[in-house]
Design a protein around this ligand. Structure first.
Ligand code: G3P
Ligand code: CA
Length: 342
């Protein structure tokens, strides 16, 4: 809009200083709101993508059918399943391998003795773990909203979705002429490696079996663990995103990222990489772009704007101005609205 205004001012001042008859004629027929193509500061110059973080998870329990369908209806370019695997090898959408935060597992007395302490990359945690359950058992659970302050109205009603079901959603959209991509995250693949299993092969095989490529579904695969991405890179040409945790967690997890050495198509960076606490911009996006890396940023939330921003709209605007290539959000409708108004 600012550019539109500037263009109008230029036309007006040109007319005032040199009113050649031809110029007046052009000005008279030019539409008042002639569209001005937005210039994006993204790596490719294309507009940034909106990634529905666990679906429209600000409105509905994450990774549920309502969360995903709403995100698609709201115009998200990608939906984001976080994937873990059951004991019998079924890929399901959960942000964590543990289940208590987002399901009713604690209310199932038949599973009381499954609660166990595990050592995780972030320390010890006692919980119920998805890979201790068969898929049939997982199917007896229902999803819950985990964030305080959000609607609990839909708790304990919707099933835990499989990756196959999520792929079917975007395939059905594509069949109706609406292309929505999948931004797939493999969760804690190192754990599966430790117990002699692979997350990479089941994910890639499932995508192949569903024919995502043939259906023209855009796909990214993201992960916080470099070895997983290195493995996938040897098996597929799907663009990969190396997720980056903030410095304190990186140290806890023994990760030491050097932007220059990242071999993937892009990085998934926390907002704190892009902005300082007062909302001013770092040089992160410019440095990443100079290295040819896409920058996808997590996670903008209407109900929890990051430090330095009055609300999520301001945060989205600042991210788009900074040139980010994609943004994860629990509220895709807001991101789409802000981006489309730019
Ligand atoms: O995957 C990147 C983005 O989703 C943020 O991470 O922890 O919410 O999966 P997380
Ligand atoms: Ca994720």
């Amino acid at each position: 809009m600012k550019k539109l205004l500037a263009a109008s001012v230029l036309i007006l001042s040109a007319c005032a200083s040199a009113p050649a008859p031809e110029a007046r004629t052009v000005a008279a027929v030019a539409p008042a709101e002639a569209p001005v193509a937005k210039t994006w500061n993204t790596l490719t110059g294309e507009r940034p993508i909106v990634i529905a973080h666990r679906g429209a998870s600000g409105l509905y329990p994450e990774h549920t059918i309502l969360a995903y369908k709403t995100a698609i209806a709201q115009g998200a370019d990608f939906i984001e399943p976080d994937l873990v695997m059951t004991s019998d090898g079924v890929l399901i959408a959960r942000h964590d391998l543990y289940l208590s935060a987002t399901t009713d597992v604690a209310d199932h007395p038949e599973f009381a003795d499954r609660k166990k302490v595990r050592q995780t990359p972030l320390g010890e945690h006692e919980d119920w773990w998805a890979d201790d359950f068969t898929f049939a058992e997982i199917q007896t659970l229902k999803a819950r909203q985990q964030f305080e302050g959000r609607s609990m109205e839909y708790n304990d009603q919707m099933d835990i979705m499989t990756f196959d079901e999520i792929m079917d959603l975007v395939l059905a959209e594509a069949a109706n002429g609406h292309i929505v991509g999948l931004h797939v995250e493999a969760k804690w693949p190192g754990h599966y490696t430790e117990i002699g299993k692979s997350l990479a092969d089941p994910i890639l095989n499932a995508m192949k079996a569903k024919g995502l490529k043939e259906a023209g579904i855009p796909v990214f695969i993201q992960c916080f663990e470099p070895p997983f991405l290195a493995d996938v890179a040897t098996k597929s040409d799907i663009p990969l995103i190396q997720n980056l945790v903030g410095a304190p967690y990186a140290a806890m997890m023994g990760l030491d990222y050097k932007l220059e050495d990242i071999p993937t198509a892009g990085v998934g960076a926390d907002v704190s990489y892009v902005f300082n606490k007062d909302g001013t911009r770092t040089d992160f996006v410019d440095r990443a772009h100079a290295l040819g890396l896409l920058v996808h940023v997590y996670t903008v939330r209407d109900d929890r704007p990051d430090p330095g921003f009055a609300d999520s709209r301001a945060e989205f605007r600042a991210l788009f101005d900074a040139g980010i290539d994609g943004v994860w959000t629990d509220f895709p409708a807001t991101a789409v609205e802000v981006r489309n108004a730019e």
